[in-house]
Design a protein around this ligand. Structure first.
Ligand SMILES: Cc1cc2nc3c(=O)[nH]c(=O)nc-3n(C[C@H](O)[C@H](O)[C@H](O)COP(=O)(O)OP(=O)(O)OC[C@H]3O[C@@H](n4cnc5c(N)ncnc54)[C@H](O)[C@@H]3O)c2cc1C
Length: 375
């Protein structure tokens, strides 16, 4: 039976739900408080990153998301580049972790392979050859252009499925059968999905503020477009990243790597810095990032963090042009153990908040799983 579905928030979680609901023939309205989405979903790297997800169900969800991004490339004309990724090893302990993961990979359902230093250099002109021991190649990662994707999808959903968007519309109350706009008018419907990102205060604060969600601020940079024809190739991540994503927690060498980094460069741990690089469609290289939580978050960005990120990146990659064209930060909400806060506080009202640093990677697959259950 077609339902009247209301979705609060036009970030990637809201858009993923809008698409899955509309495909099933439901009448969908998306409410977004801003003139256009400006939250975490347009501020990120645009890395669809299955290799970083916990092996098992979460990794499978990421692969389902990947398939759906490729469908968006074909059907909505979005830029989606199946570029893959390489984790680079410039230190012995990093190389050991990559070797251990490769040995475990078939049993974990991961598709990845070790590359020698020469093979890495063959795949990307950007790698710093000095001290390079090798890399871990994974073919499953995609590159998308977040601002373009998040701002193109509403028009495509509207044209293809008749999804309605109410911009500049804050929802101040949600209950079974309706959503209340800030001007007091009610939208009436059967099913609401609350996808409000890092806003934990407006809707269901009694659940979200007590859920254990933490807010995290990330600093990012973008270079000017590189000279014509220069291509980074796959997404690149450094040895610091091995301590960031759960995939590598199965590796026996990881604790020693963590200890070495903590002893050598405690400032990287203090600001949660690990470094990655990805090239956008116009040739610019997106660089990041740092992680500062809750009370440590300031509205002002720290130049010292940008310098640390750039310093670490220069150690492992070289770019023809390091001039910085833009700096920004983004904020997401993240739970220490739960992949997302998924609750039904009232019949027919579903919360989907706090997907952390993996919203671009997981949302399309998670929304699809939800709508299979809600069918
Ligand atoms: C710097 C950075 C880099 C990242 N890199 C990656 C990456 O490479 N790969 C990856 O998978 N993930 C990445 N992430 C994480 C990813 O961006 C987030 O997980 C994802 O964008 C969260 O999506 P969302 O829809 O929950 O939130 P948002 O994008 O913040 O959207 C929430 C929307 O809800 C609206 N809203 C809130 N309250 C209301 C209300 N009451 N009424 C109406 N509208 C409301 C907001 O205005 C906002 O537009 C990164 C995040 C950051 C910050």
């Amino acid at each position: 039976m077609p339902r009247n579905v209301g979705i609060v928030g036009a970030g990637i979680v809201g858009l993923a739900h809008a698409w899955s609901a509309a495909e099933r023939g439901h009448a969908v309205t998306v409410f977004e408080r801003s003139p256009r989405a400006s939250g975490a979903s347009i501020r990120n790297f645009g890395m669809i990153w299955p290799v970083g997800q916990t092996p098992g169900e979460r990794h499978q969800t990421a692969l389902r998301s990947r398939d759906r991004w490729l469908r968006l490339r074909d059907q909505a004309g979005l830029f989606v580049d199946p570029c893959g990724s390489i984790h680079l090893a410039h230190r012995e302990d990093e190389w050991r972790v990559l070797q251990e993961l490769t040995a475990l990979a078939p049993g974990l359902g991961l598709d990845c392979q070790l590359l020698t230093a020469a093979e890495v250099q063959h795949r990307t002109p950007a790698v710093q050859p000095l001290g390079l021991l090798g890399g871990l190649w994974s073919p499953t990662e995609l590159r998308v252009d977040p601002p373009a994707a998040i701002r193109t999808l509403p028009g495509w959903l509207a044209a293809t499925y008749g999804v309605e968007f109410e911009w500049n519309t804050t929802i101040v109350e949600a209950q079974t059968g309706g959503l209340k706009r800030a001007d007091g008018r009610w939208w009436r419907g059967d099913h609401a999905v609350i996808c409000t990102g890092a806003d934990l205060e407006t809707l269901f604060p009694e659940i979200l503020l007590r859920s254990g969600l933490r807010r995290c601020k990330l600093q990012m940079l973008k270079t000017v477009p590189q000279s014509a024809g220069w291509r980074l190739g796959p997404h690149l991540a450094g040895g610091l990243t091995l301590r960031h994503y759960p995939t590598f927690q199965v590796c026996a060498g990881l604790p020693a790597l963590r200890e070495r980094i903590a002893a050598e460069t405690p400032e990287l741990d203090q600001y949660g810095i690990h470094v990655m690089a990805s090239q956008g469609p116009s040739g610019e290289v997106i660089l990041g990032d740092s992680h500062e939580y809750d009370d440590a978050m300031e509205p002002f960005d720290k130049e010292s963090i940008d310098e640390l990120i750039l310093g670490e990146l220069r150690r492992i990659i070289h770019l023809p042009d390091w001039r910085i064209a833009a700096r920004w930060h983004g904020v997401y909400a993240k739970h220490p153990t739960r992949p997302i806060i998924a609750e039904e506080p009232q019949p027919g009202v579903f919360i989907r908040v706090g997907i952390g640093g993996t919203g671009m990677t997981l949302s399309l697959g998670m929304a699809e799983q939800d709508w299979q259950q809600w069918a």
